[in-house]
Design a protein around this ligand. Structure first.
Ligand SMILES: NC(=O)c1ccc[n+]([C@@H]2O[C@H](COP(=O)([O-])OP(=O)(O)OC[C@H]3O[C@@H](n4cnc5c(N)ncnc54)[C@H](OP(=O)(O)O)[C@@H]3O)[C@@H](O)[C@H]2O)c1
Length: 287
């Protein structure tokens, strides 16, 4: 097996390094934009062929949800054209692809957890391009596995947990949206699930949903972050979405049903608070 991890310096890519070095030692090449710009079609084809890649895990993406509303061209280039380049390279070489997508392909107006077959209706540029990436991949490399995830955090890069820890330590009050519901997901758990897909004796292509178990609003999530980290003296105030205007519209309810990936690949979906405890412990050890 020769695995290529793209976007390997991002949150998920970094967590995947730990899992793959443990489970597939010496069998993985990690690249980010400096080593392999996925928007360069010829470079992607050459890299996959020259390195005899058997599996590609694409963790690269344009993930700045609000900036994407202005920065439409770059967002499209990374979330759609780059995925198309990977799909073409995979089709030509026979490599299998694991690609990561998002709960933001849904509009969040269905108040029950979304199944993989549910109708998509993205309400942002980010969500629209991520969906276009999915359809491009399915059309060009139908043997691919697509994993939609949500509300990702880790000890690396920029994310909601790190932002709230910073605000909690420096502000007396934080106002947080309490009417958007989802499942906070630890990138370390998603990396373990991807490891299981790669190690599985059966390869079952298609779309899968993976998040941690349980649901929360951004307000609940913030309360848990500060409580677990032991941050005191900061009042967390619940507010409605309309009081926190953002460039991109976000789904109100984007909880994903994860039973398919659990049944097919035996993936584990720990309770979100338990995983949050693990992440905050690591953040404290690193600081
Ligand atoms: N973060 C979330 O809350 C969330 C929620 C649902 C789904 N997801 C999905 O989960 C996946 C992983 O997200 P993440 O949070 O780990 O993302 P991330 O931390 O933003 O990492 C993405 C990585 O891709 C790199 N990249 C950007 N353009 C590239 C290019 N042209 N060629 C090669 N690499 C490029 C980025 O480099 P630069 O930093 O230099 O741009 C970055 O290192 C993505 O598919 C994302 O859409 C994320």
């Amino acid at each position: 097996m020769k695995i290529l991890v793209t976007g390997a310096n991002g949150q998920l890519g970094r967590e995947l390094r730990t899992v793959l070095e443990r489970d597939f030692p010496g069998q993985t090449i990690y690249t980010d934009i400096e080593e392999l710009d996925l928007t360069d079609e010829a470079a992607v084809k050459r890299f996959v062929a020259d390195n005899d890649i058997s599996h590609i895990v694409n963790c690269a993406a344009y993930t700045a949800v609000d900036r994407a509303e202005e920065d439409k061209a770059l967002c499209h280039k990374i979330n759609v054209e780059a995925v198309r380049n990977l799909a073409n390279a995979a089709f030509e070489s026979g490599a299998k692809v694991v690609h990561i997508s998002t709960d933001y392909v849904f509009d969040g107006r269905t108040y029950r957890p979304y199944n993989e077959a549910d109708k998509v209706n993205p309400v942002s540029q980010y969500g629209t391009t991520k969906r276009q990436g999915e359809t491009a991949l399915i059309a060009l490399a139908p043997d691919s596995v697509i994993i939609r995830t949500a509300w990702l955090y880790s000890p690396h890069g920029k994310n909601f947990v790190k932002t709230m820890l910073h605000l909690g330590a420096t502000q007396n009050e934080i106002r947080v949206v309490a009417d958007q519901i989802g499942s906070p997901t630890y990138a370390g758990d998603l990396a373990e699930a991807i490891g299981k897909v790669l190690a599985s004796h059966q390869w079952v292509p298609g779309i899968y949903h993976f998040t941690n178990s349980g649901v929360a609003s951004w307000y609940d999530f913030t309360k848990a972050i500060l409580e677990i980290a032991g941050v005191e003296g900061c009042n967390v105030k619940p507010i409605p979405t309309e009081d926190y205007p953002t460039a991109a519209t976000r789904p109100f309810f984007s909880v994903l049903n994860t039973s398919k990936i659990r049944a097919t690949y035996n993936a584990e979906t720990p309770y979100w608070r338990d995983s949050l405890v693990k992440c905050i412990k690591r953040l404290k050890e690193n600081s």
